[in-house]
Design a protein around this ligand. Structure first.
Ligand SMILES: [Zn+2]
Length: 124
């Protein structure tokens, strides 16, 4: 007798309101299966249908992630273009430099103010 395929049988014990195990294995194959043909862990799965479905799901998820990344990039670029930069990393570097310059300027102004307050303290 050949070794029978091991299917993914995802069940985490259920919730309080739903403790029933799933009716089907991951790939939907019907039939009576022994406990050693069911696993909760991908590393033990040998069923080709289960593995193919998993592969497609992972590929779809990766494509989805790429689409989201592209959308975020486009959004970010739309912002930086209005700031005069087509290149996002150039824009970020320019903004960081500008922020640092403004901080420096702010600190100088504070020092000037404190100096003036001290000098003119006797006038208050
Ligand atoms: Zn399967």
């Amino acid at each position: 007798m050949s070794k029978r395929a091991i299917h993914l049988y995802p069940w985490d014990g259920g919730t309080e309101s739903d403790q029933d195990p799933p009716e089907h294995v991951y790939c939907g194959t019907d039939g009576v299966m022994t406990d050693d043909q069911l696993t909760n862990y991908w590393q033990y799965v040998t069923c080709k249908r289960c593995l193919t479905i998993r592969e497609k799901e992972l590929a779809a998820r990766a494509a989805d992630d790429r689409d989201k990344k592209v959308k975020l990039f486009d959004e970010a670029q739309a912002i930086t273009i209005t700031l005069g930069h087509r290149n996002i990393s150039t824009a970020i570097k320019a903004l960081i430099r500008e922020r640092d310059e403004l901080r420096h300027e702010r600190d100088n102004l504070r020092e000037d103010r404190d100096g003036l307050l001290e000098t003119g303290a006797h006038l208050l």
